[in-house]
Design a protein around this ligand. Structure first.
Ligand code: VNL
Ligand code: MN
Length: 344
């Protein structure tokens, strides 16, 4: 075996956007799947949860935190999965249901991590529908349960986290030193109509439009001047936001001159460098990886699979065969995840 292959044998792999569900949330998603509605989350919920399940292979794997998942990890050399409740999480439920289910999901997540020492870490859910209770649950999840950060599935009732009502959530994450992973979901009502054809609503295109817009709102609103130490994570190779950095910088200044937006303390590209990390989930392109490392630095790019929605073996092969230095590979594969998500 060559030295190169040897090095890969011992490289710790931490996958950072790995989905699960608990039966109680699955049951509540099924109710949404079987009711009429125009939300762009409904087609995928129907595919997964409506009876008979069209994509039960996803459902089985989402519900499993033991045999199937650990076997898939072992077969592919994945050391750790950073788990998060699958989209849209609790964000389509009423505030009380959402708050209760987030708490339950976080308890189950902590139990799964304890059952499989060293194999899992976890991002806590919270219910933005009730920002004060969300902030309390965020404190409990980090301080009592020992979870490793947070997941939010983009908009909540068509509102974004730059809205002042959500500042308690941003304040809690910053104070706890815990990163918020902004995961996609179906686009908000105002973004939705051109995404209703050809399957554009989901992972092919709509998720990226929704989630990149969320990230740009957080930058352009000035909310990162209020919470300068807040750490945010974007999947899917940064949802391409960093590709737009030059234009964001140029046009944000013009916006400020026109009175269309605030005067920011930093340029948009500087917030990307200070407040964001990105993951490679579901975008296994060496060209995009090379661009991302050059644009943001290798210490801001983390590996992910997007299990069970993406297959594990190609995600591992993508990492192992990436034309990057051993130092960069170690950062992307595990060191950045260890630092950003406090994984031992
Ligand atoms: C898909 C991919 C769905 C990644 C996801 O969450 C996800 C998909 C619902 O391919 O449909 O995180
Ligand atoms: Mn995902």
């Amino acid at each position: 075996m060559s030295d190169h292959a040897d090095q890969h044998e011992t490289l710790r792999r931490i996958a950072t956007e790995e989905a699960f569900v608990i039966p109680e949330v699955a049951a509540a998603h099924k109710v949404i799947a079987e009711a009429p509605g125009t939300s762009l989350d409904i087609p995928l919920l129907r595919a997964i949860y409506a009876s008979p399940p069209g994509r039960s292979v996803f459902l089985d794997r989402l519900l499993d935190l033991d045999e199937l998942r650990i076997a898939d990890m072992d077969a592919n050399g994945v050391d750790v999965e950073l788990l998060s409740l699958t989209a849209p999480g609790v964000q389509m439920f009423d505030a009380d249901t959402a708050t209760g289910l987030a708490t339950l999901a976080n308890d189950r997540l902590a139990e799964a991590i304890a059952r499989h020492p060293g194999r899992y870490a976890g991002l806590a859910s919270f219910a933005p529908q009730s920002p004060r209770r969300a902030a309390e649950e965020m404190r409990r999840a980090i301080e009592d349960l020992g979870l490793h950060g947070f997941v939010v599935n983009s908009h909540t009732n068509d509102e974004y986290l730059d809205h002042p009502k959500y500042w308690p959530v941003l304040e809690a994450a910053e104070a706890l030193g815990a990163c918020i992973y902004i995961h996609p979901r179906g686009a908000s009502a105002g973004l939705a109509d051109p995404l209703r054809d050809y399957g554009l609503w989901a992972a092919m295109w709509g998720y990226g439009i929704e989630t990149s817009t969320h990230a740009v709102r957080l930058i352009a609103s000035g909310v990162l001047d209020r919470f300068p130490r807040l750490q945010l994570c974007l999947g899917h190779m940064g949802e391409a936001v960093h590709f737009w950095a030059w234009r964001l910088d140029f046009m944000q200044r013009r916006n400020a001159d026109l009175g269309w937006g605030p005067r920011l303390e930093l340029r948009p590209s500087e917030y990307l460098q200070r407040n964001f990390v990105i993951t490679t989930s579901g975008l296994e392109s060496h060209l995009a990886l090379d661009f991302s490392i050059k644009a943001l630095g290798a210490e801001r790019v983390l590996w992910a699979i997007d299990y069970p929605y993406q297959p594990t073996a190609p995600a591992v092969a993508f990492l192992d065969s990436a034309p990057i230095s051993d130092e960069e590979r170690a950062l992307v594969s595990h060191r950045n995840a260890e630092r950003v998500f406090h994984i031992a």
